[in-house]
Design a protein. Structure first.
Length: 447
């Protein structure tokens, strides 16, 4: 049998070590994709094709045997495989590069300037907002410590940072004056995050992504008067090419790997067996996998809905202005028939709740603005078919300062069946929030 390998994933240190690159990122050429000197990172805002590493130059770079001139420590053994070459390994891990790297550096600088220099708001102000805010993801950012912020240090996990960057314009945007250059850095960073979390791309979107990266680096360097950039900032300019070669960054990050490692680390910390820890963990892992295979836990992606509890109602019990329209939307189900309703349901591993917002496909007859609707009822009929009864939201405009779409609630009712849920622009539901008396919807990824 022949071994096929396409790419190696991981954080920068691990991948550099496995593939034979230098393991110190203060070296002259630490980038795995191009031969840009680290002192020139601050000047290079887009990919320079003349600096890209090529397979034909690899042997020559190895023969030089000088890591300070090539960025290579040793020959990569994987190059012997017919389907792989180290110079074609275009993978980047946004978990470590972006959320635990770039975002940490940028957000710490931004908060320091907004709180202690511009004095737009205080640490207590932002902590109160964090406490009451409804975030898009499960891991809520911790409260900020004033002394750590003064030292420009933030200790967030990747998901906590993702949550915070997405929510920042809505959290403190009303404190910040419009036209603030520091605020423009935060908005550009959020734009980069939206692109990185996008599950699919078109060619035109990749060009926009490249432009957004260049604009972010330019405004960040100019605003904070920087003379040098870390490798993680430089890696941003290679993200569009990485998407072309390896697919969306969202599907290549190491978050799920870290989650799997966490269970093994927890097991290792409690078993107190240090004679052959690898054998013990291997046996525990095999037992866990056997349980998963036998029970089918985690392997079911069937369309059958998953919910914890439900209520049974009769459509005729709804208010007069609802029951007729709901009956029609359900295909004249019957006003006096019983039907199940739930407040939360899981479909294909995605959780939907009453009050969530879903994004409908673009309409050819209106302006190129997203169409949103809010889930009003979740019905489950006798044959287990799930139907969302939704109210349309009229999209008024995009508010650049808050990075959200201003919407108005419409009384028009329509339905979304589980059979056409794949037609939604995003599989993940959004939140409907109110800012300064206006209803708004902010995205989790670029549409």
């Amino acid at each position: 049998k022949q071994w096929y390998q396409r790419r190696v994933h991981g954080d920068n240190l691990a991948v550099n070590s496995i593939l034979g690159y230098i393991e110190g990122f203060n070296g002259n050429y630490p980038c795995r994709v191009c031969k840009c000197h680290r002192h020139n990172f601050v000047k290079l805002w887009s990919e320079d094709l003349s600096l890209m590493r090529s397979v034909s130059e690899y042997d020559n770079d190895i023969s030089i045997a000088n890591p300070s001139l090539t960025g290579l420590n040793e020959v990569c053994c994987f190059n012997d495989l017919p389907t792989y070459h180290v110079y074609n390994n275009f993978t980047f891990d946004i978990m470590h590069d972006l959320f635990e790297g770039v975002c940490i550096y940028v957000i710490s600088r931004i908060l320091y300037e907004l709180i202690f220099v511009k004095k737009y708001f205080s640490v207590n102000d932002i902590n109160r907002r964090v406490k009451s805010f409804i975030f898009d993801h499960s891991s809520i950012p911790p409260f900020f410590d004033e002394q750590k912020l003064r030292n420009q240090k933030i200790n967030f996990s990747a998901i906590q940072m993702l949550n915070f960057v997405l929510a920042l314009p809505l959290l403190v945007g009303d404190f910040v004056s419009k036209g603030c250059e520091i605020w423009s850095v935060a908005l550009k960073l959020r734009e980069i995050v939206l692109f990185c979390m996008c599950p699919s791309f078109e060619q035109s979107e990749l060009k926009l992504f490249s432009i957004s990266i260049a604009e972010f680096l330019e405004v960040y360097i100019r605003t904070f008067k920087l003379e040098r950039l870390q490798l993680k900032f430089h890696n941003l300019i290679h993200y569009p090419e990485s998407i072309v070669r390896c697919g969306p960054l969202l599907w290549n990050w190491s978050l799920r790997c870290e989650s799997k490692h966490r269970n093994l680390k927890r097991t290792a910390s409690v078993i107190c067996n240090f004679k052959n820890i690898v054998k013990t963990l291997t046996k525990r892992h095999q037992l866990t996998q056997a349980f998963r295979f036998l029970s089918g836990y985690g392997f079911s992606l069937a369309a059958e809905p998953n919910f914890k509890s439900s209520d049974v109602i009769i459509l005729n019990s709804l208010s007069d202005n609802y029951k007729t329209e709901v009956d029609r939307a359900l295909g004249y189900y019957g006003l006096f028939r019983e039907i199940q309703t739930v407040s939360n349901i899981e479909i294909f591993g995605v959780s939907y709740s009453v009050g969530n917002v879903v994004c409908l496909p673009y309409s050819e007859t209106v302006l190129p603005l997203p169409r949103f609707c809010v889930i009003h009822f979740i019905f489950i009929r006798d044959n287990k078919v799930t139907t969302f009864l939704v109210k349309n939201l009229h999209t008024e405009s995009f508010n650049d300062h808050y990075q959200c779409y201003e919407v108005e609630l419409d009384n028009d009712i329509c339905y979304i069946s589980i059979s056409n849920i794949d037609s939604l622009l995003s599989p993940w539901p959004l939140k409907l929030r109110k800012i300064e008396g206006l209803l708004c919807v902010s995205l989790r990824h670029m549409l």
